[in-house]
Design a protein around this ligand. Structure first.
Ligand code: ADP
Ligand code: MG
Length: 271
């Protein structure tokens, strides 16, 4: 499904991602772990086109994705969530999820030109999700059939989102905003779902609930790349775990193999 080759990205002198390579098979659930600052989010940003790599390629089903272009990644079937949780606060839950439908509508007018205007931050988020501001006529027609698909995504989260479907997301709890973001990402029925610390800031009950929902997604055959610090979640869900340290993959294998690897233990405990 996904192949990443020789991915590099530096910020000034910091080599955030320094030659990362891996593949993910269709239906596989792969997790990336690693200490703070090891390059996990940068890797997700490079794969989703939010950042442009200094070198390296991202391929989806063997096709090279145009680098640094979120709309190209979205059109190739990649959807993502953000580590800090990004939803449109003044839009309802339903409207947020509706935004996620749009990448499948092939409304591909890029908004990169506007993305640097600070006052239009929400436009920047649309652009980073690969969503067009002005849908095509075909897109509008398809949208009319979209209500059922939005409901199906909200139903994943049961009583959490369904009763709040028409509430603006700024009125929601942190956990519900994060659930909304996952529903938005899933609305495009992505071939590859990228989740950057979906359980960060969630309590134990909420984390266990997210775990059940991700397990259900996995059972449905969804291909997932998960970045997560909570090892219970990683252990329970992952077919394979990649360990990043200082921008490089220092270990890879099954959860059991990786979590007992002395290099991994040192990378975590050594700082
Ligand atoms: P992780 O997600 O593993 O915690 P990141 O990918 O966010 O790590 O960061 C990797 C390194 O790159 C860190 O040293 C971080 O400070 C740096 N970095 C990430 N994004 C930027 C940015 N936009 N500008 C400058 N430095 C950045
Ligand atoms: Mg991160």
């Amino acid at each position: 499904m996904l192949t990443v080759t020789g991915l590099r990205r530096a910020f000034g002198g910091v080599r955030a991602v320094d030659g990362v390579e891996f593949s993910i098979a269709p239906g596989e659930f792969v997790s990336i772990i690693g200490p703070n600052g090891s390059g996990k989010s940068t890797t997700v940003n490079l794969i989703s086109g939010v950042l442009t790599p200094d070198s390296g390629e991202v391929l989806v089903r063997g096709n090279r994705i145009r680098p640094g272009r979120p709309e190209a990644a979205a059109a190739a079937g990649i959807a993502r969530t953000f580590q800090n949780g990004r939803v449109f606060g003044n839009m309802t839950v339903r409207e947020n999820v509706d935004v996620g439908l749009q990448p499948t509508l092939r409304a591909t007018r890029p908004l990169r030109a506007l993305a640097d205007i600070p006052v239009l931050k929400w436009i920047s988020l649309l652009a980073e999700l690969g969503v067009a501001l002005v849908p095509t006529p075909a897109a509008r027609a398809e949208r009319r059939a979209s209500a059922a698909r939005i409901d199906a995504q909200l139903a994943r989260f049961e009583e959490r989102l369904v009763p709040r479907a028409d509430h603006p997301t700024y009125t929601l709890s942190y956990a519900n905003r994060r659930r909304t973001e996952i529903a938005r990402a899933l609305a495009s029925t992505p071939d590859l779902l990228l989740l950057d610390e979906p359980a960060a800031g969630m309590n134990q009950t909420e984390t266990a609930e997210i775990g059940r929902q991700l397990a259900e997604l996995k059972a449905q055959g969804q291909t997932v790349l998960l970045v997560e610090h909570k090892m219970d979640l990683v252990h329970e869900l992952s077919d394979r775990v990649l360990v990043l340290d200082e921008g490089r993959i220092i270990a890879a294998g099954t959860p059991d193999e990786v979590l007992e690897d002395p290099r991994v233990i040192e990378a975590y405990l050594g700082r």
